[in-house]
Design a protein around this ligand. Structure first.
Ligand SMILES: *[C@@H]1O[C@H](CO)[C@@H](O)[C@H](O)[C@H]1NC(C)=O
Ligand SMILES: *[C@@H]1O[C@H](CO)[C@@H](O)[C@H](O)[C@H]1NC(C)=O
Ligand SMILES: *[C@@H]1O[C@H](CO)[C@@H](O)[C@H](O)[C@H]1NC(C)=O
Ligand SMILES: *[C@@H]1O[C@H](CO)[C@@H](O)[C@H](O)[C@H]1NC(C)=O
Ligand SMILES: *[C@@H]1O[C@H](CO)[C@@H](O)[C@H](O)[C@H]1NC(C)=O
Ligand SMILES: *[C@@H]1O[C@H](CO)[C@@H](O)[C@H](O)[C@H]1NC(C)=O
Ligand SMILES: [Cu+2]
Length: 598
């Protein structure tokens, strides 16, 4: 208690006496709390016992709290949570009520897919059955660390063979971090057809709230199936097709005014947590809530020192958990969404309809809001400033990592001889996986004979690595870069070419997350330690760009991978099933692999 001032002692005296330190983001700087509660690897002091509640969200249980260094300390003991997914195609009306319908691919018949909910430390099992007639599948648990469980990362052609039609695969992994994330198919463009849903891992938080409204996935929506559009995108001279609309939590109005907005129901005088996820295929969004500034708690699965803002920009794959205070007049308020038109388009823009959702106070009429705002909604596609995204538990990247920088040049190529086939290139090659020969299979066989276009980068040692992604492309677009198996630390980013100097780079507690945007025509410097043996993908999360090859894979501590995976029976069975189903270029089959496969 030494570090508490007299004022906070008086304010929170009774809690403090009971050994509980409530965290009030507005009044108590998080830095103080961290001094009080932090457990570091250097000093593994167990956190005090306290119970998580509306006014003590920084607490968790059994010696774990928001200040626990989740890299250094094992997560709490948990239980096993099991979900069963069946993926089927179906013909459904468009969720924005535009009168049309289309073929979709759904998990258990719902869109977005079922929310997976577990607690920090739990083991999650998901049995995935592929009921699709012709497609393989594979589910990736975005942002989940998969520590020593590479074979459950769900990337066809990298960590598994796709799940063949009629077959079931069991994924099993531990929730070593907490917060909000999502899962999606990693089989070609399949998630754009509906195979996507939220994941919530309950844990402590850096600000208090009364109630959790749950996940709010925001996506672009197309009236045409993703596989059809993917072919268009791969041969387009004018860039990818324009999305027809956006959906907030699976619903929206259409440009003619039909359909309905998502509604968040609240009562006056409370604090609510909302978990915003960008599950787009192509669009970046900015979001704002009239009269209700956001207290931001996390960026991706990393708790941050909470800050207040009236607007957030999310590129694909990114998440922000926010708290709003319902301290306004009982009424309806717009949750506004703007599209990042600096990097993409959406047909709903400029049609005279409000884009977004509704915050509905109990007691207000059932009507559209009339609220207004002074916030000028962004149309840019750049990340939130890293100066706002300060991890709650600090980490330091050793500056010596600059000595081992690995450069990757990003470019593109369009081939007139192949019907203008468009490919994104890393160091001259697009990454194209071979579904029948996932790179993990090659490693397990003790071979280095990877298929061409594998774009493998080796991380042999157990230290830190710095990866320098440099755009040398004439098409200058932002790319949301996502890494599997790790969070990365954003040591630097900027426009133009990095000059190799360390001036302006951040080594002391840099922003840590799993998705960050490469600025148009610029560079991104990402550091992470090689502490998770496996084959891990790093790719652009714009689905079209991933299909067009914008990806690499890290081969991390190759010699230890087999030992971490242990029993390879399920892995081998999955490949036997797939090999029995799929031969690319088999004239007897209705479809071929035409893209990167991821
Ligand atoms: C499922 O997809 C196949 C192939 O695209 C199609 O022929 C069939 O009609 C679809 N089934 C439903 C229920 O939409
Ligand atoms: C997957 O299914 C879609 C829709 O039926 C089809 O267009 C695509 O070619 C299929 N892809 C593969 C590789 O089977
Ligand atoms: C989104 O919809 C789901 C399912 O209906 C619901 O549980 C959740 O609370 C909604 N999210 C928000 C933020 O309202
Ligand atoms: C999602 O990300 C994409 C691309 O990064 C972006 O264009 C879109 O505006 C984002 N959507 C939201 C709601 O932030
Ligand atoms: C409402 O709560 C926000 C914090 O979320 C605060 O910034 C604002 O001053 C409050 N407004 C009123 C009228 O109390
Ligand atoms: C798949 O590729 C093979 C070999 O190139 C070709 O004969 C066949 O027609 C293709 N099938 C489809 C559906 O495009
Ligand atoms: Cu991209």
């Amino acid at each position: 208690m030494l570090l508490f001032s007299l004022a906070s002692w008086l304010l929170f005296g009774s809690f403090a006496l009971a050994g509980i330190i409530p965290l009030q983001a507005e009044t108590l700087p998080p830095s103080r709390v961290i001094a009080e509660r932090q457990a570091t690897s250097a000093s593994p002091v167990p956190d005090g016992q306290c119970t998580n509640g509306p006014r003590t969200r920084n607490c968790w249980s059994n010696g774990h709290s928001i200040a626990t260094d989740f890299d250094a300390k094992a997560p709490p003991d948990g239980v096993t949570v099991t979900y069963n997914f069946e993926i089927s195609n179906a013909t459904r009306p468009n969720p924005d009520g535009n009168g049309g319908s289309r073929i979709v691919m759904l998990i258990n018949g719902v869109y977005p897919g079922p929310t997976i909910r577990a607690k920090w430390g739990d083991t999650i099992i998901v049995n995935v059955k592929n009921n699709l007639q012709y497609n393989g599948t594979g589910i990736h648990w975005h942002g989940i660390r998969q520590l020593n469980s590479n074979q459950h990362d769900g990337v066809p052609g990298v960590s598994e063979c796709p799940i063949a039609p009629g077959r079931t695969r069991q994924y099993k992994f531990r929730a070593t971090q907490f917060g909000t994330t999502w899962y999606h198919s990693h089989f070609s463009a399949q998630y754009g057809d509906g195979v996507v849903g939220p994941i919530i891992i309950d844990g402590p938080a850096t600000a208090n709230y009364d109630e959790d409204l749950g996940a709010l996935p925001i996506t672009d929506w197309y009236y045409t199936p993703a596989f059809t559009l993917n072919e268009v995108a791969q041969h387009s001279l004018v860039g990818p097709p324009v999305p027809d609309n956006i959906l907030v939590n699976g619903t929206h109005i259409n440009k003619n005014g039909g359909g309905s907005y998502a509604k968040m129901n609240v009562v006056k005088g409370k604090k609510y947590r909302i978990r915003i996820i960008n599950t787009s295929v192509d669009n970046t969004f900015s979001v704002s809530m009239d009269g209700h500034p956001f207290t931001v708690l996390t960026s991706d699965l990393v708790p941050i020192k909470s800050f207040i803002t009236d607007q957030l920009t999310l590129t694909i794959g990114q998440r922000y958990d926010v708290v709003i205070t319902t301290n306004q007049t009982v009424a309806n308020y717009w949750f506004r969404v703007s599209v990042g038109t600096a990097c993409g388009r959406n047909d709903i823009v400029g049609k005279g309809v409000q884009i977004g959702a509704i915050l509905h106070y109990d007691g207000a009429p059932n009507a559209n809001p009339t609220s207004t705002t002074n916030v000028v909604m962004r149309t840019t596609c750049i990340d939130e400033s890293t100066s706002n995204l300060v991890p709650f538990v600090p980490n330091t990247v050793p500056s010596s990592v600059v000595g081992t920088t690995g450069r990757m040049d990003l470019n593109h190529f369009q081939d007139p001889a192949q019907d203008n086939l468009f490919r994104w290139l890393i160091d001259g090659t697009p990454m194209i996986v071979d579904w029948n020969n996932p790179s993990l299979e090659t490693v397990l066989a003790g071979s280095s004979n990877f298929p061409p276009n594998s774009n493998i980068h080796e991380m042999p040692g157990d230290g830190w690595y710095l990866w320098w992604i440099q755009s040398v492309a004439t098409i200058r677009l932002p790319h949301p870069i996502h890494l599997h198996g790790h969070d990365f630390y954003i040591v630097g980013s900027g426009s133009g070419t990095w000059d190799g100097s360390t001036g302006g780079l951040t080594f002391n507690n840099p922003t840590r997350r799993d998705t960050a945007t490469l600025p148009p025509g610029g560079y991104l410097l990402l550091a992470f330690p090689a502490d998770n043996p496996g084959m891990w993908l790093m790719h652009c999360h714009i689905a079209w760009h991933a299909s067009q090859g914008l990806s690499v894979q890290f081969m991390e501590r190759r010699g230890e991978i087999a030992g971490k995976i242990g029993d390879t029976g399920a892995f081998k069975q999955g490949c036997d099933e797939w090999d029995g189903y799929w031969v690319n270029g088999n004239p007897a089959k209705p479809y071929n692999q035409t893209d990167s496969g991821i």
